[in-house]
Design a protein around this ligand. Structure first.
Ligand code: AP5
Ligand code: MG
Length: 192
């Protein structure tokens, strides 16, 4: 299996690039943000619990997210590989993912980290907020809070993968096409 983590701060283009990568390489897209937004839309108990955290720009508790990923694996047993978008976001999530993949006799192949200036991130999210309908896009304070949570809680995950020699930084500034070219060049060195 080819298992890719697309890593980076809110607004770095993970969702945008994921759509192109899954189409090009036939991976299954696992976005915990999208899964949580679907739960909210369906008004499930999990969705109601998650919404309170998301609207404040905070992370949803690890056990909730890990449980959701586990069920997603069960529903996609024939996948040739996964693209993880917005997951893992904490060290406990990264460890849980390693364990879940080990049960499937596979592992993370590569972690690509999109690097974008903070002001560009906010600019992109303010722009997206005008049309996305996402409650966490509506307020610039919530966007800044998400950047702060990323630095404190999620950046240590990059260090975790760097120790395992799986992390590669990618310049996330430029056009969507240019960034996709950079990501593809790295993926093609690893994918068979
Ligand atoms: P999630 O949905 O994962 O959001 P995020 O990480 O905050 O990232 P975004 O979706 O905001 O940005 P993106 O990197 O996907 O960028 P995009 O492609 O959209 O999570 C939302 C919330 O759910 C979290 O805050 C948390 O509460 C919870 N959650 C989710 N996963 C969790 C987990 N694992 N654990 C705990 N809690 C979790 O691009 C942004 C904008 O820029 C778009 O409008 C796009 O069109 C535009 N754009 C993209 N590329 C370019 C470019 N090259 N040039 C100009 N504009 C561009
Ligand atoms: Mg996204």
């Amino acid at each position: 299996m080819f298992n890719l983590v697309l890593f980076g701060p809110p607004g770095s283009g993970k969702g945008t690039q994921s759509d192109k990568i899954v189409e090009e390489y036939g991976l299954v897209h696992l976005s915990t943000g999208n899964l949580l937004r679907q739960e909210i839309k369906d008004k499930t108990p999990l969705g109601l619990e998650a919404k309170a955290f998301i609207d404040k720009g905070q992370l949803v508790p690890d056990e909730v997210v890990i449980g959701m990923v586990d069920s997603y694996f069960d529903a996609h047993k024939d996948a040739r590989g996964f693209l993880f978008d917005g997951f893992p976001r904490t060290i406990p999530q990264a460890k849980a993912l390693d364990n879940l993949l080990e049960l499937k006799k596979t592992a993370i192949t590569q972690v690509l980290m999109l690097e974008v200036d903070e002001e560009e991130l906010i600019k992109r999210l303010v722009h997206r907020g005008k049309t996305s309908g996402r409650s966490d896009d509506a307020d610039e304070n919530v966007q800044r809070k998400r950047q702060e949570v990323y630095r404190k809680e999620t950046l240590p995950v990059a260090e975790y993968y760097s120790r395992e020699k799986k992390l590669k930084q990618i310049n996330g500034m430029g056009t969507i096409g240019e960034i996709f070219e950079r990501l593809s060049a790295s993926i093609e060195k690893k994918i068979k």
